[in-house]
Ligand binder design. Structure first.
Ligand SMILES: Cc1cc2nc3c(=O)[nH]c(=O)nc-3n(C[C@H](O)[C@H](O)[C@H](O)COP(=O)(O)O)c2cc1C
Length: 390
């Protein structure tokens, strides 16, 4: 009889031979807002959280991490721009490497979904254009509606590109990460440039798809120049409904058709294609049907033949099928990793998974930092070899 998840649990080498994986089950980036309340640096508790979720020869992607103080978007979400951040991340990368795992840092700029109360000197958030998002920011002073962002001047953009490259260098050379993943999803700055709805620019960063993709590719190229292509990856996200950035399907697909070959020729460690089109996610979100008719993974695969990671509402069964049919090389899971720290061992042993991670109330940090371990590092551990455990 064929082994369950045999494709997902097979080995693969990525990133020009530098990351040798024993399986293809990757932990997706998850903001859990439990970093140091003052410095937002990771601490021992965060190192423990990542260490618990490390398997030998497994890959983890750390939570979205601000490239500069002006890139911040969430209370107690980490950065990569102070000595305290670097020292904190060393605890995390050291713990993951000690268990034989690999870890990439996800670098981001929150763009319009930040708030002046989260940014230095109370300045407005920045974005490609002054298009306000619906929704709320959680700041030190409480919950406030998103503000109208300030449209970036053309000559300011190069400075943000540099911030990404510097953060990439710090992540790899100082904090000990195996690579970085650029966050071009969730309606943050990189995706805001790609999307028609948020990019109304008339300079060479707006208008046509190549123009809207220019900033993203400049960031990719600057990071490649800083740390090398095999240490750079990117997460794209289409068909999602996050941060008030729902895009029309035809334009999203056209973006992917353009970005696929552009990213392929850059020979990155991987591209993560994330979409929320899949069961059970859209049901969980209360949507009646997927946002897109097209299978975004299969579509993107036609335009990109490099290392491809898929993500978004995937069950291990569905992910295994995508690997088997050659659509995906890797699959990353977020919610399953919350309550199943040793997810890979549980899948290999055919154990039932704990679905506690689907409770949205436990995703983000508690009001009182004294409770940080709750729903974070305190999930019951199921021994995969215990014959009595399901
Ligand atoms: C609590 C939580 C925090 C998240 N934070 C991030 C993040 O920091 N960066 C990111 O790219 N995606 C983030 N996501 C999205 C996940 O990486 C992933 O794309 C999404 O949950 C779909 O995957 P899943 O169905 O396996 O959970 C987060 C998801 C959850 C549940």
């Amino acid at each position: 009889m064929a082994k369950q998840f045999e494709h997902l649990l097979s080995s693969v080498t990525i990133a020009a031979g530098s990351v040798q994986l024993k399986h293809r089950v990757v932990m997706a980036p998850m903001t859990r807002t439990r970093n140091d309340p003052l410095t937002y640096a990771p601490r021992q508790i965060n190192a423990l959280y990542y260490s618990q979720r490390t398997s030998e020869g497994g890959l983890l992607i750390a939570e979205a991490t601000a490239v500069s103080a002006s890139a911040e978007g969430y209370l107690r979400a980490p950065g990569m721009y102070t000595e305290a951040h670097i020292d904190g991340w060393k605890l995390v990368t050291g713990a993951v490497h000690a268990k034989g795992g690999f870890i990439f840092s996800q670098l981001f700029h929150a763009g319009r979904v930040s708030h002046s109360h989260l940014l230095p000197e109370d300045v407005s958030p920045v974005a490609p254009s002054a298009v306000k998002a619906e929704g709320y920011a959680h700041t030190k002073l409480g919950k406030f509606p998103f503000e109208e962002p300030r449209a970036l001047e053309t000559q300011e953009i190069a400075g943000i590109v540099k911030d990404f490259a510097l953060a990439a260098t710090r992540a790899v050379e100082e904090a000990g990460f195996d690579g970085i993943e650029l966050h071009a999803g969730n309606g943050y700055l990189l995706q805001e440039f790609l999307a028609k709805k948020t990019n109304l620019r008339t300079d060479h960063y707006g208008g046509s798809i190549p123009n809207r993709a220019r900033f993203v590719l400049e960031v990719v190229d600057a990071c490649v120049a800083a740390v090398g292509a095999k240490r750079v990856a990117i997460k794209l996200q289409q068909g999602a409904t996050f941060s008030d950035l729902v895009e029309p399907e035809d334009d999203s697909l056209a973006q992917l058709a353009y970005l696929g070959p552009q990213l392929q020729k850059r020979n990155l460690a991987y591209v993560c294609m994330s979409s929320l089109n899949y069961d059970p996610y859209y049901k969980f979100l209360g949507l009646e049907k997927p946002n897109f008719e097209t299978d975004v993974f299969q579509y993107f695969r036609k335009h990109y033949q490099g290392t491809l990671m898929v993500n978004g509402g995937l069950s291990p069964q569905v992910a295994d099928r995508y690997v088997e049919e050659g659509t995906a090389d890797l699959a990353c899971f977020a919610i399953f990793f919350i309550a199943n720290a040793n997810l890979v061992a549980l899948l290999a042993a055919g154990k039932e998974l704990n679905l506690g991670g689907w409770d949205t109330k436990i995703w983000y940090g508690p009001q009182d930092p004294a409770d940080d371990e709750k729903y974070y590092t305190d999930w019951p551990f199921v021994d995969p070899n215990d014959p009595i455990a399901k």
